[in-house]
Write a protein that binds this ligand. Structure first.
Ligand code: FNR
Length: 387
């Protein structure tokens, strides 16, 4: 359909289909501060760059004369049948990119059959997002509060609103040194807009009132600061605390932000069902390796015991194939859909994801791969061309 519109009818898409032009197009739609927020990374962005370089170091070796005319992109993750291995990465504060925000994207996600992962730093409440997402597939991403009572309240709300998988982000117990945001004085969380999870939480509301003797609505700024401290407390949890999550969450648990093979093994020992090999798109520890770099060793160590997902740096359909060939069972996509959201609201985000899906489908065919299960290391090679 995308091809026919473009090549036969000469219809121009609203959102560019060129992955390298997408960022520049989004820049035109956003103020400097919100553009820097999504585009930016930690430190000197060495890890943002490494994420892309890592993909460039792997090349496909396509097979010919195989029956790949009709591709099958379906996968099963944690007992859920999905149309494809692509998921929306959790991204906070989506209202700064478009007023469609999380509710709009979650509604669209159901329409195109792509799972939506809602961030704790959301500008829509979990309940509103669940309503908009309807019978779509939704997971909940937890920024893990130090306060267990609040944690339990969030888990219960997620459970009661049909979020099936808990994604616990481990790499962001404090926000990183992000020069673009620091120089712009930009803290999207401490303004009330990314705090709807907290503001709509009965336990957080009660505790805020007890401590400050006023309602959240009486002092949104103060409540924002309190919520920010709750979720980005500056103190990491420890492995033995996973037990609490297991006790209060009866579905699958996925740990996001794993980069070290020893941590992947610890995740198995902790008894969780999955991990996301991720460096938060290079937004946390600058100087960390490109995320794809560590995927093969982690898959070798734990791939037969838990479900390994991947994110950080995926921009094209072939990137998805490379991650799958290296053993990921599914991938999360972050910035690209946010660029689409910025350009054209929820339909812009839809067009970006549909574009990557179409590219994935086409590139699978050209590689001689018919099903996702056919992706394997024999089709990919590490190269070093230099330069
Ligand atoms: C993120 N990411 C993120 N992750 C998370 O667990 N909770 C969150 O609230 C956010 N918020 C967020 C905001 C913005 C603007 C970006 C760009 C990213 C990280 C995200 O889930 C994912 O790990 C990366 O975006 C993946 O890298 P790419 O696809 O952006 O290269």
């Amino acid at each position: 359909e995308i091809y026919e519109d473009g090549l036969l009818s000469n219809k121009r898409p609203t959102v560019t289909t060129d992955p390298n032009a997408l960022e520049a197009q989004a820049r035109k739609y956003l103020g400097a501060r919100s553009f820097n927020y999504v585009n930016g990374g930690a430190g000197e962005k060495a890890t943002v760059d490494a994420n892309r370089l890592a993909f460039r170091q792997w090349k496909m070796i396509p097979r010919m004369l195989r029956p790949t005319t009709h591709r099958d992109l379906r996968v099963e993750l944690f007992g859920q049948k999905l149309e494809s291995p692509i998921l929306f990465a959790p991204v906070g504060v989506q209202t700064i990119f478009h007023h469609d925000k999380e509710v709009g994207v979650a509604e669209m996600a159901r329409e195109i059959g792509v799972p939506y992962i809602l961030s704790t730093a959301s500008s829509s409440s979990m309940e509103d997002v669940a309503k908009a997402n309807g019978d779509g597939t939704r997971w909940y991403q937890l920024y893990w509060p130090q306060d267990d009572e609040i944690t339990i309240s969030l888990l219960n709300r997620a459970k009661n609103n049909g979020y099936k998988v808990l994604v616990v982000t481990l790499d962001t117990w404090a926000l990183a040194w992000r020069p673009a945001d620091l120089d712009n004085g930009y803290v999207p969380f401490a303004s009330g807009i990314g705090d709807q999870t907290g503001f709509s939480d009965p336990v957080f509301r009660r505790k805020f009132k007890e401590m400050h003797n006023k309602e959240i609505e009486d002092d949104v700024f103060l409540a924002s600061r309190a919520w920010e401290k709750t979720v980005f407390s500056g103190a990491a949890h420890a492995w033995d605390q996973i037990e609490l999550l297991k006790k209060y969450w009866d579905g699958p648990i996925v740990l996001k932000g794993i980069q070290h093979v020893e941590d992947a093994k610890m995740a198995v020992e902790a008894g969780v069902q999955g991990i996301v090999v991720s460096n938060h798109g290079g937004r946390q520890l600058d100087g960390a390796v490109g995320s794809l770099e560590v995927l093969p060793e982690i898959v070798d160590a734990v791939g037969d015991k838990i479900t390994v997902l991947f994110d950080s740096g995926i921009r094209t359909g072939v990137d998805v194939i490379k991650a799958l060939c290296l053993g990921a069972k599914g991938v999360l996509i972050g910035r690209p859909f946010i660029y689409g959201l910025s350009i054209g609201g929820k339909t812009g985000a839809r067009d970006v994801i549909r574009g990557i899906l179409a590219d994935l489908d086409q590139s699978m065919g050209l590689s001689g791969i018919r099903t996702i299960a056919d992706c394997n290391r024999g089709m990919i090679r590490r190269v070093q061309y230099g330069g």
